[in-house]
Design a protein around this ligand. Structure first.
Ligand code: G6Q
Length: 544
């Protein structure tokens, strides 16, 4: 058994769970009229309501004791001080420096002058593109930006760019190509004019096969549609930590935006990886995004644990996952612009904490990251909420809701809000047998039908939800929201004693593909794998 699961606090939480599991959320609300005030927190214009979680004051006290036992405050300080907390890669995880205004150090060297230099480079470049000073080979202004990248070099910037659609500068349309399936690239390129298209090749390593295949095809397309070799310098820029590979690809280092090994891919949207964001919404809005994250960083680093949003959000997750046994977590934004947020969060949470080896190399004897998934709120209601309400799998949920919409169109936003409120209330309360019967009786349904339908109309309720409300989805509030989740993930990693900043599982895929790619080149039958893989390869060879 691990030290964690043997610890007195863990055991106390297990005992406490036995008691809490007997209590329905409905009952907790009936017993305490001040439950909402007690179990909700404010940060700027953000409200986090966790009163619809199965907690009482003892739960919170025990979870905070667990956080202290795991030395959470020390770990937070270590992250902000540039310690090499990504131990398997011997690196710091200092993404907070990307939005800092103060000096931040790694190995005694201040990283901020470089961070600021690249931000200025992004600013000059985006102003030049937006104003038309930096233009395409025919002298026309750029109208389309194609970001080619995958994973962390795609999901963050794509999610933010979509979420900030109300801030898009007119005349520039962003496109994101991540999939190596040629369908995505060709569908986008067939609508574009090479003379007015700017490509950003985003890859920290600049060795990622999918990205390089897409980048080479984009280059080919450009050259075959009127662009010349010398025009490449105007139409292709790179964002990378690997200068040599960028040069080898043929991009002038003058057109390169760097970032550093202490920025993990899924934490990189605040770096030059955010270039498509800056080009689409303007550098002013990009700075506001950074400011929102910076304020959340300050909150995380300075506010006591019991009033600290990322800490409480992380601990609630631990309570659900490790004590209630919940392994499925759904995120439900009630805002159309946030349609990529669940995909972004999947990577952030599952790639960071989907691990089973602790810092000391031992296999953990407790659950870590749940399966994270999600969809826009109202759409989900007409699809999978059935399972949330009446299924056999327990699922915890985060609801993300703006108080104001950017689109004051008719009565739409009031309908959105009513749906969110109705769903969270129903998930908490459920519907008892008595209520189900009374409802059918009031509809004059006959006694036999009522008898038959009653079990189907009962809702157990007691489904745990957290609601996060923000005034409006602005660059600043979005920055705070993303940083909230980044730090929540870190909090959980500290409790679980795992490294959230490496990703050996991703590296595996990158290694495996090389050999098979060569095997697919010719028609010679393959026998070097297990019978299933050989069978699949040979079937594909025969049918390509
Ligand atoms: C992120 C992961 C991974 C990475 C991609 C792309 O944290 O490391 O998703 O971002 O594999 O890698 P490159 O940016 O190096 O192309």
């Amino acid at each position: 058994m691990s030290l964690l699961t043997q610890s007195p606090v863990w055991r106390a939480l297990q005992t406490h769970h036995k008691a809490m599991a007997q209590r329905h959320l409905r009952e907790l609300f009936q017993q305490d009229a001040r439950r909402f005030e007690k179990f909700s927190l404010l940060f700027n214009d953000m409200l986090m309501d966790y009163s619809k979680q199965p907690v009482d004051q003892e739960t919170i006290d025990l979870l905070l004791a667990l956080a202290r036992q795991q030395k959470l405050e020390d770990w937070i300080a270590r992250m902000f001080s540039g310690d090499k907390i990504n131990i398997t890669e011997h690196r710091a995880a200092l993404h907070v420096a990307l939005r800092s205004e103060q000096s931040m150090f790694i190995d005694g060297a201040d990283v901020m002058p470089e961070v600021k230099r690249v931000l200025k480079q992004m600013e000059h470049f985006s102003v030049a593109v937006q104003s038309g000073i930096r233009c395409g080979y025919s002298g026309e202004t750029f109208t389309d930006i194609v970001n080619i990248g995958i994973g962390g070099s795609d999901l963050g910037p794509a999610m933010v760019t979509e979420a900030l659609k109300p801030y898009w500068i007119s005349g520039i349309t962003p496109h994101f190509i991540s999939n190596v399936d040629g369908a995505q690239l060709s569908q986008v390129l067939q609508r574009l004019n090479p003379a007015t298209t700017l490509f950003i090749i985003s890859s920290k390593t600049f060795t990622t096969q999918e990205t390089l295949v897409n980048a080479h095809s984009a280059r080919q397309w450009f050259l075959s549609r009127g662009g010349s070799e010398k025009d490449i310098a105007h139409h292709f820029v790179a964002v990378s930590a690997n200068r040599a590979a960028v040069e080898k690809f043929g991009i002038d280092p003058e057109n390169m935006f760097v970032f550093w090994d202490w920025v993990g891919g899924r934490y990189s949207l605040w770096s030059a990886i955010g270039l498509p964001i800056a080009l689409t919404v303007g550098m002013g809005n990009f700075y506001a995004l950074l400011a929102g994250a910076r304020e959340m960083d300050r909150h995380f680093a300075t506010v006591p644990l019991d009033k600290n949003l990322p800490v409480i959000l992380g601990l609630i997750g631990v309570w659900q996952i490790n004590f209630f046994g919940i392994s499925s977590h759904v995120v439900l934004p009630y805002d159309q612009s946030m349609h990529r947020f669940p995909a972004y969060l999947q990577q952030l949470e599952m790639e960071s904490n989907g691990k089973r080896i602790a810092h000391d190399g031992d296999t953990v004897d407790y659950a870590t990251s749940p399966v994270v998934w999600g969809e826009l709120g109202a759409n989900g209601q007409h699809a999978f909420y059935q399972l949330l309400h009446q299924g056999t799998q327990p699922v915890s949920a985060d609801f993300l809701v703006p108080c104001q919409s950017h689109y004051p169109f008719g009565d739409h936003h009031r309908v959105v809000l009513a749906n969110f409120l109705a769903q969270t209330e129903a998930l908490m309360k459920g519907k008892t047998e008595q209520e189900a019967r009374a409802e059918m009786t009031s509809q004059s349904i006959d006694a036999e039908t009522i008898r038959q339908l009653t079990p189907h109309k009962i809702f157990p309720g007691n489904r745990p939800t957290t609601s996060i409300l923000f005034k409006k989805l602005t660059p600043k509030s979005l920055g705070s929201l993303i940083a909230l989740y980044e730090h929540k993930v870190f909090v959980q990693s500290v409790i679980w004693n795992i490294n959230p900043f490496d990703q050996w599982g991703v590296e595996l895929g990158k290694q495996l593909v090389g050999k098979i790619l060569t095997e697919l080149e010719n028609h010679v039958p393959v026998t070097s794998h297990d019978s299933s893989t050989n069978g699949l390869i040979n079937h594909l060879k025969a049918n390509r």
